[in-house]
Design a protein around this ligand. Structure first.
Ligand SMILES: [Zn+2]
Ligand SMILES: [Zn+2]
Length: 445
């Protein structure tokens, strides 16, 4: 029975502790109350105990009351001493030795945070408190010395109390798994930072024109700084699918930057048609998260070069989902042009050769400058050829993601095999390549 009170008394004998810091040493005992209530209850009980000791003419009672008044910073103990006509002792106004009074400053600090948080749109938040290591260690040794083994850490109390106050002030909910706003507080430095977790905008895009790269393409001379070669833009191409999609999203979210994730990539001279290519724009530190996606869609589509479909807000799992589309089956359409005359037999031979066929490809010469030279195997599921003229036919190709299509046509000087050129025994090239479906089922087409 006396274990708790003894421990509380030992703590106050040695240390100056506010209600919270005393109560925190017993935080795992009792529910439905906070540490301030725990600490105050203990101080109240010790005061009654001390007063009864004095009435029983036990001198130790006065000593305990003085500790409560000085170390407990407990006004009722000081008052009781005065009523008894006892000098309370030099009542130096010092702060709690553990929290230095910072716990009592939480309401002001939380009010500042709530004010700053108005810059962000959010429904959920998470508070993380940074407590100097030497204070956490000091608390451990206080606890060990006084045999109080029911405590929680100061960090937990700061985190929870700031969170509770912030929730009251803002009406928003704390969320430990998936918070929209992350509040990092250093109460001992009176500092805090707010950072919004990324916002993910998922959709599919169609690239209606050629000549635009998928991602931002920096100038090779200056690496993006801007030079005379690139006319100061820092870029090789003035725009990209990435930039066209990111611009309205960044504008509406007021984010600090974005990352672009796509399910595979197309060459600059290839279109993306049909159902489009899946992508995710990951906005860093967005101020706004409740954005009008219909407006994004209108602004992107108004440019006439890229069209966006199925826009929606997503979780971060969208990145993995979209990346997975890279390996998923693709349907391409392109023209094959030959320098020699093409016959119906040629077309039949090509269709037959590329039904469920594994293609071996060494890294194409055109990308060797930026990719390692290695062999890959990709499957062609089906190929349909339609003759357009004596020198051209149109192909609809269904294949595994990651196949180099241009090289499937021209053979890349034997680095891709089999190829359409190899099957025909003729020199052919690929024209007007477009992606018309991404991520369909393998048994379709
Ligand atoms: Zn304290
Ligand atoms: Zn440049």
């Amino acid at each position: 029975m006396g274990g708790i009170l003894d421990a509380a008394q030992r703590l106050l004998e040695e240390y100056r502790l506010c209600d919270n810091c005393l109560g925190r040493q017993f935080a795992t005992l009792g529910h439905g109350m906070d540490n301030a209530e725990r600490g105050r209850s203990l101080k109240n009980t010790l005061l009654l105990e001390a007063h009864s000791m004095i009435q029983a003419e036990d001198k130790a009672g006065v000593r305990l009351l003085r500790k409560l008044a000085a170390h407990g910073m407990f006004e009722a103990a000081a008052q009781t001493l005065r009523r008894l006509g006892v000098e309370a002792g030099k009542g130096k106004k010092e702060k709690c030795q553990l929290c230095r009074g910072k716990i009592q400053e939480i309401p002001q600090l939380a009010a500042e945070i709530a004010e700053k948080a108005k810059e962000f749109e959010f429904n959920t938040f998470l508070v993380g408190a940074k407590i100097p290591a030497q204070l956490l260690e000091a608390e451990d040794s206080v606890r060990a010395r006084c045999g109080a083994e029911w405590g929680e850490s100061m960090k937990s109390e700061f985190t929870r109390e700031i969170g509770k106050t912030l929730s009251k002030l803002t009406g928003k909910q704390a969320d430990f798994a998936n918070p929209e706003l992350v509040v990092t507080v250093s109460p001992f430095k009176n500092e805090f930072t707010l950072k919004a977790n990324p916002l993910f905008v998922e959709g599919r895009y169609r690239k209606l024109v050629t000549g635009i790269p998928q991602s931002r393409w920096l100038c090779r001379r200056c690496g993006g700084k801007g030079c005379s070669f690139c006319g100061g833009t820092g870029k090789k191409y003035p725009e990209s699918v990435q930039e066209i999609l990111e611009a309205p999203i960044l504008k509406l979210t007021e984010g600090e930057g974005a990352e672009f994730h796509a399910g595979g990539r197309e060459d600059i001279d290839a279109q993306v048609l049909g159902s489009g290519r899946p992508f995710v724009v990951e906005v860093k530190n967005p101020r706004r998260r409740f954005i009008d996606l219909e407006r994004v869609r209108r602004e992107v589509n108004a440019g006439g070069r890229v069209e966006v479909l199925d826009l929606k807000l997503a979780g971060k799992d969208a990145v993995r989902r979209v990346k997975a589309a890279e390996a998923s089956p693709k349907v391409y359409r392109f023209l094959v042009e030959s320098t020699e005359r093409l016959t119906e037999e040629d077309l039949d031979a090509v269709e037959k050769a590329f039904t469920d066929r594994v293609i071996r490809q060494l890294t194409p010469r055109r990308v060797l400058h930026r990719r390692a030279d290695k062999e890959r195997e990709r499957r062609v599921y089906s190929l349909k050829a339609e003759k357009l003229s004596d020198s051209r036919f149109e192909v609809t190709l269904k294949c595994q993601g990651g196949l180099y299509v241009k090289e499937l046509v021209d053979g890349d000087e034997g680095r891709t095999t089999p190829s359409i050129a190899e099957v025909l025994g003729k020199k052919v090239k690929c024209l007007r390549l477009s992606v018309i479906d991404i991520g369909g089922e393998e048994d379709e087409v």
